[in-house]
Design a protein around this ligand. Structure first.
Ligand code: ADP
Ligand code: MG
Length: 401
């Protein structure tokens, strides 16, 4: 993995410099994994948290680990951290204790009994109403569980919650290894990329990616746009979009972006051909369209071969590629072709390649290409906000280096 100069881009104290020997550390990680039948269906996020956990254990700390899981509206046994504790224990090859709650007397007792190297996983932080409200009382109770705080949860760093922000003001706060690398990698793309910088955007909604487009217009050499979001641009150009998924709220924004791109040095590249279907369904009738005016009764579900070949050619020439958002409805065959072609181009690109966005990352895994990319961001929303140039509360609240 290419190293990015940490000193240049990251201004926060690192867990590497924390004195933790014999101390209890409250570690916020992003263990928000998908569950299936009460088991962890994909342990990518747990694995991503291991380096910081192992560093802390090696250095003689005991660890009080906390994360949210899903979107419970209060205590909810189906979203207990129990399967996560079990999987983490397997990966660490040591039992991980599970607390019966997030805070409280019993949790305090369990925390105080931890020996160096031991890990206690708290229950789902969103079982507590105060988590999302960033309630000072909850932050206080969390801070009482440890003497040092480490935030490694990049995926929720854009949220000011009690476990990500509130508690960071009450204990000496350090960045975990994953959070630090995420910030370094994305900041490098944003501020100091190898040229040319090629930004590839897709996915469902243009408004989700507008801040990123604005950041890169006039900064990147090229912005390549696919996915359903291209239909907001086509509608702004007055083209027919048939039954394609069009985000109407995005059309004015797309019009403005087109006008600004015209005046800027950034080349904005839209699709030149499409793959159409009658409906978003694997068995649907399909056809290729050389052009982008979608006839009545059809929807654009992928960009066409000429477009993906053009995008691939440009990606191959890039010094840096930032990719966010699939080129089509890749979950449904045969509308995965262009996303696959772009994923293959990114994987083969000689430049520095960074991919963010839950669905784009899922696509990379699906095609077996995740290992061929330089950096895969674990944080969808957080990676977009960082690229947009916004401060992440979970990072800002940590002590400066
Ligand atoms: P990411 O999670 O990578 O940021 P988004 O969440 O923005 O990506 O968008 C991903 C979704 O967009 C996928 O579910 C995909 O099916 C959908 N999508 C992309 N192109 C199309 C299209 N032409 N028609 C319908 N859905 C599309
Ligand atoms: Mg998504």
């Amino acid at each position: 993995m290419p190293e990015v100069d940490a000193a240049r881009s990251f201004r926060k104290a690192s867990v590497r410099d924390a004195e933790v020997d014999g101390r209890r550390v409250l570690l916020r990680a992003d263990l928000n994994v998908p569950l299936e039948g009460g088991e962890v269906a994909d342990d990518t996020r747990i694995r991503a948290s291991l380096p910081t956990i192992e560093l802390l254990r090696d250095r003689g700390a005991s660890i009080v680990l906390v994360s949210h899981l899903g979107r419970p509206k209060g205590p909810d046994p189906s979203l207990s951290m129990a399967p996560v504790a079990e999987r983490l224990g397997e990966l660490l090859d040591t039992p991980v204790k599970l607390a019966p709650a997030v805070v409280g007397d019993e949790v305090e007792k369990m925390a105080s009994e931890l020996a160096p190297g031991e890990v206690l996983l708290l229950e789902n932080s969103r079982f507590e109403e105060g988590e999302k409200k960033n309630d000072p009382a909850l932050a206080e109770a969390l801070a009482g569980l440890a003497g040092v705080y480490v935030n490694d949860a990049f995926g929720t760093a854009h949220r000011a919650h009690a476990t990500t922000e509130g508690v960071a003001h009450l204990l000496p706060g350090y960045a975990g290894l994953l959070l630090e690398q995420e910030v370094e990698q994305l900041t490098a793309v944003r501020d100091d990329p190898q040229r040319p910088l090629i930004v590839v955007l897709g996915g469902a909604k243009v408004t989700d990616k507008l801040g990123v487009i604005d950041r890169f217009l006039g900064f990147a050499e090229e912005i390549l746009i696919g996915g359903a979001m291209c239909f907001s641009f086509f509608k702004a150009e007055g083209r027919d979009t048939g039954n394609s998924l069009v985000e109407d709220e995005g059309v004015d924004a797309a019009r403005r972006v087109l006008a600004e791109a015209e005046k800027s040095d950034t080349m904005l590249e839209l699709p030149e051909d499409l793959v159409l279907g009658r409906e978003l369904d694997a068995g649907t009738e399909t056809r290729e369209l050389n052009g982008v005016d979608v006839p009545e009764g059809w929807m654009g579900l992928d960009v066409g071969d000429n477009t993906s070949a053009n995008f691939a050619k440009r990606i191959a020439r890039a010094g840096t590629v930032f990719w966010n958002g699939p080129m089509g409805a890749f979950e449904v065959q045969p509308f995965d072709a262009a996303t696959r072609a772009v994923a293959e181009a990114v994987a083969a690109a000689p430049g520095h390649t960074v991919v963010g966005g839950g669905d784009s990352v899922a696509a990379l895994h699906k095609f077996g290409l995740a290992d061929s990319v330089d950096w895969i961001s674990t944080g969808g929303g957080a990676s977009l906000e960082l690229i947009e140039g916004r401060d992440l509360p979970g990072v800002e609240a940590l002590q400066d280096a």
